[in-house]
Design a protein around this ligand. Structure first.
Ligand code: MG
Length: 160
């Protein structure tokens, strides 16, 4: 049996006039994340962690932001497609841990719903998808609420 670690990080700007999607759910806020897709920073970091563990490149390789196919796409679809890619290589997910870095809004009230959405897509339990959050104590672009960041790590296993 092999066990592989993966790591992903993603950034998006926060701007007015966009919806804010994090962890597959829409969160009420005066700003939203800017991007080619729905700009779900957490799902993108998780996709990159999963792809990284399987040594399959990154999200930009599989879902290029120059492609009309992925314009404003729901990132839950990208996560589903990512699962198909790693499954095709014989991998299954042991667990995922993640941290969001953002000043506002507070995401704690939404974490359980995010866990459920992600667990349902990936066929894991909510105990296998940890979502944490921190501010940067008002420092830097995150502190100025110009953007947000997500980090994710995962473990995959394969019968080989
Ligand atoms: Mg992204």
């Amino acid at each position: 049996m092999s066990i592989r670690i993966g790591y992903g990080i993603d950034f998006h700007q926060l701007v007015e006039g966009r919806d804010l999607f994090i962890g597959g759910i829409k969160i009420p806020h005066e700003k939203g994340a800017l991007g080619h897709s729905d700009a779900d920073v957490l799902l993108h970091a998780i996709c990159d962690a999963l792809l990284g563990a399987a040594c399959l490149g990154d999200i930009g390789v599989h879902f290029p932001d120059t492609s009309a196919e992925f314009k404003n796409i729901d990132s839950k679809i990208l996560l589903r497609k990512t699962l198909e890619l790693i499954k095709a290589e014989g991998y299954s997910i042991i667990n995922i841990d993640s941290t969001l870095c953002l000043e506002a809004p507070k995401i704690k009230p939404y974490v359980a719903q995010m866990q459920q959405v992600i667990a349902d897509i990936l066929g894991i339990t909510v105990k296998d998808i940890s979502i944490k959050a921190t501010t940067t104590e008002t420092m830097g672009f995150v502190g100025r609420q110009e953007g947000l960041v997500a980090h994710a790590v995962c473990l995959l296993t394969a019968e080989r």
